[in-house]
Design a protein around this ligand. Structure first.
Ligand SMILES: Cc1ncc(COP(=O)(O)O)c(C=O)c1O
Length: 385
């Protein structure tokens, strides 16, 4: 049989009906240890931090979706990110996108800098700036695309070329796009990072993370740190994500469709000065996105012609959109970066990078788009009308 399509692998990869009972879903192997036939003579599993069959099925499923050989799961996206950083040694240098997820920036600056690792932040749409930031001791190029909250799409082929030139690893956080829309390993990235908490789980009911690579040596190191550090997921969480990945393609199609529709509608609203959605031809990275992604995703931001307080009022008055951080679930979420996810950035710095007081970020869910549009219209007109 030819290589199966993504939609088929999403449902079947890594999973076989249970041999004994025929159960079609991978069971939740809720056990900490495994009986051995003799000392050291186990049946592939000895202790659940080291390995668990529910986790194995999820790891194989995710590896298949990202188009990689090896997958490793962690208790959160941050657990996965930490594992990549475990590869580094003191004195190493990392070049990162300047608008990475705040938690990523926090682990870089507040956890790893004290171990004598250095981090430089650059706007990755400027390839020369990325090249200039690279040093002989740069071991890792950290890319997140699309970025948050301005949805800039970074050119992965160009980043891999620069990383290769300097003999550095290229890691890509693919959480916003998901493997359904973008597969960084196809562009030559060494490792893909996922927060499973978002679209892959998809139902806002589980926290998890994953790393996928084609490199057996890297995978072995990830496996070592997975076991040695112990940020491993519970089998119940793995089961939920495994269930989530089965519907990833249909969910993503609807997320993208709804986001595209809302982006166009917002673009025509008089109260909205700017819409950040890579699917709009006016977006600064539309061309890269059209080349690199299969569709433009379910995340978008827009800027209201409004003060911080007025914008807070708008995001507090929606009824279908829930006022919450996070993203990627079936339900639509709304938030105000300047007052919530990015509030820790000083106001002047925030303004300079385009995170204005009137900026609103939405994770567009899969409800009926007319209800989403009506909800946004009522909230905007209710405050600014
Ligand atoms: C792009 C991105 N990467 C990583 C993470 C961290 O994932 P987790 O919350 O599962 O630890 C997040 C969380 O919001 C994220 O948005």
């Amino acid at each position: 049989m030819d290589e199966e399509h993504f939609e088929t692998r999403a449902i079947h990869a890594g999973q076989e009906p249970d041999e004994e009972t025929g159960a079609i879903m991978t069971p939740i192997y809720a056990n900490s240890t495994y009986v051995q036939d003799g000392p050291g003579d186990d049946r592939g599993y000895e202790y659940s931090r080291t390995g668990n069959p529910t986790r194995t099925d999820l790891e194989e499923n995710l590896a298949s979706l990202e188009g990689g050989e090896y997958g490793r799961c962690f208790s959160s996206g941050m657990g996965a990110i930490n594992t990549v950083l475990n590869l580094l040694e003191s004195g190493d240098h990392v070049v990162s996108s300047d608008d990475v997820y705040g938690g990523t920036r926090r682990i870089f600056d507040q956890v790893y800098e004290q171990y004598d690792l250095e981090f430089s932040y650059v706007d990755m749409s400027d390839h020369e700036a990325v090249r200039d930031a690279m040093r002989p001791e740069t071991e890792l190029l950290w890319v997140e695309t699309p970025t948050n909250p301005l949805m800039r799409v970074v050119d992965l082929a160009a980043m891999v070329e620069i990383a290769d030139e300097f003999d550095a690893l290229c890691a890509v956080d693919n959480t916003f796009a998901t493997p359904y829309l973008q597969r960084p390993l196809e562009f030559g990235a060494n490792v893909v990072v996922q927060s499973l908490t978002k679209y892959l789980g998809g139902h806002s009911d589980a926290v998890g993370g994953a790393l996928v690579t084609d490199d057996p040596d890297l995978d072995e190191e990830f496996g070592f740190y997975q076991n040695a550090v112990g940020a491993t997921p519970d089998p119940h969480g793995c089961f939920l994500v495994l269930r989530g990945t089965k519907t990833l393609p249909v969910r993503m199609d609807r997320h993208c469709e709804n986001a595209r529709e809302l982006a166009r509608w917002l673009d025509d609203r008089p109260e909205v000065s700017r819409v950040y959605y890579p699917g709009l031809p006016s977006h600064s990275t539309h061309d890269v996105a059209a080349r690199q992604m299969d569709d433009f995703g379910g995340m978008l931001s827009f800027e209201l012609d409004a003060t911080l307080e007025e914008t807070s009022e708008v995001v507090s008055s929606t009824e279908v959109f829930a006022l919450a951080e996070s993203l990627g679930g079936v339900e639509s979420l709304i938030e105000q970066p300047a007052a919530m996810t990015h509030a820790s950035i000083p106001p002047e710095e925030r303004e300079a990078i385009g995170l204005t007081d009137g900026l609103v970020r939405v994770s567009v869910g899969i409800e009926h788009v007319e209800d989403l549009r009506a909800d946004l219209r009522d909230a905007i007109e209710g405050v600014l009308g």
